[in-house]
Design a protein around this ligand. Structure first.
Ligand SMILES: Cc1cc2nc3c(=O)[nH]c(=O)nc-3n(C[C@H](O)[C@H](O)[C@H](O)COP(=O)(O)O)c2cc1C
Length: 322
């Protein structure tokens, strides 16, 4: 299915796998890129040499479209240039659109996508020179930028900007995907559905908790606000079960995760999600999940997720997206 987004970035299906910190493992990113979507890695928290080696390694493994996510305005300009030279799309979130950072990414040959939570922010992103805007609705898993549900915000943003618009938040099945494409989105950015894949870096107990959760089992909370993003706005959508489990424990440290070759303690209320190898109480860590969690009923390979989403959107909306 061709859209203005697929034509611009050169992918074959209008799906971006959302950056999800350590959950968006290289295996997941490569699998989605191989399946024709955009595979996105998080640049957060990795030492520069490791990040660049990781990007080069992924590039060798796939000829698909790769993206790298940046969530801080204090990014080193040299690092941004090195990262942008290795991906088709640089993906920003959680701070005001910056013409300077957009220009730096462009100079290295990358396109720029900015995830926004309001119409005003979408306009600011386009004014800053962004090539793509992602509209994040209140339903989204992880840190939630705005306060408006996806479909009304998507319609408003589509009226306000002229660049390709992706929709994000609660899109975990073909029905929700078709809804946003029918509304005029050029594609979807999907996190939670890709969390429950064989390739994702989520801890097995986290994947299972997502599979077991019903649609009303998530909440926007500040319970896991010990994180750099929450320093400016402590709002993230997680599984309610994680908030409840944390409340049952008295511990100041709920476990450990492996990061950059070291074992890192996970303090009470830390924003670190439970990834493969997490020890202690992964069920009391930040189990981010979107409001579409109820339609995630199995853990399967990412390529199958992409194929199933595409089969359903093509069946329901054979004419394609905008
Ligand atoms: C586990 C998890 C971690 C996330 N981490 C990031 C991140 O590091 N950077 C970012 O821009 N967005 C992050 N997000 C939010 C996504 O960009 C996107 O808005 C969200 O996944 C869409 O909603 P969905 O999960 O219901 O599909 C994360 C989402 C999840 C579920």
């Amino acid at each position: 299915m061709g859209t203005s987004f697929t034509e611009l970035v050169g992918c074959s299906v209008p799906i971006q796998q959302a950056p999800m910190g350590t959950v968006s493992s290289p295996d997941l990113v490569v699998a989605v890129a191989d399946a024709g979507g955009v595979g996105t890695v998080s640049a957060l928290g990795l030492p520069l040499d490791l990040l660049l080696r990781r990007l080069d390694g992924m590039r060798r493994r796939t000829s698909g479209v790769l993206s790298a996510n940046v969530v801080t305005p204090d990014v080193d300009e040299g690092l941004l240039a090195d990262v942008a030279a290795r991906v088709r799309l640089v993906d920003f979130f959680w701070f005001d659109p910056s013409p300077r950072l957009v220009e730096l990414a462009h100079r290295s040959g990358a396109l720029v996508n900015w995830q926004v939570g309001s119409v005003a922010e979408a306009r600011a992103a386009v004014d800053a020179g962004c090539d793509v805007v992602t509209v994040q609705g209140l339903e989204a898993g992880g840190h939630v930028r705005g306060a408006t549900p996806l479909l009304p915000l998507l319609r408003e943003v589509l009226d306000a900007v002229g660049v390709p618009v992706l929709a994000a938040g609660g899109i975990s099945d073909g029905r929700a995907f078709t809804e946003v494409m029918t509304a005029g989105a050029a594609g979807a950015r999907i996190g939670t559905r890709f969390l429950a894949t064989t390739e994702s870096g989520a801890h097995p107990a986290y994947k299972q908790a997502v599979v077991d959760a019903a649609g009303d089992c998530t909440v926007v909370t500040d319970a896991f606000a010990v994180c750099p993003l929450c320093a400016t706005s402590p709002r993230a959508r997680v599984l309610i079960a994680a908030v409840q489990r944390l409340a049952e424990l008295d511990d100041d440290v709920v476990g450990t995760v492996a990061m950059g070759g070291a074992r890192v303690p996970v303090g009470r209320g830390s924003g670190l999600p439970p990834v493969v190898g997490a020890e202690g109480h992964p069920d009391a860590m930040a189990m981010y999940a979107g409001a579409g969690v109820g339609s995630v009923t199995d853990v399967r390979p990412a390529a199958e997720v992409v194929a199933a989403l595409m089969a359903e959107v093509e069946r329901r909306q054979p004419a394609g997206g905008r």
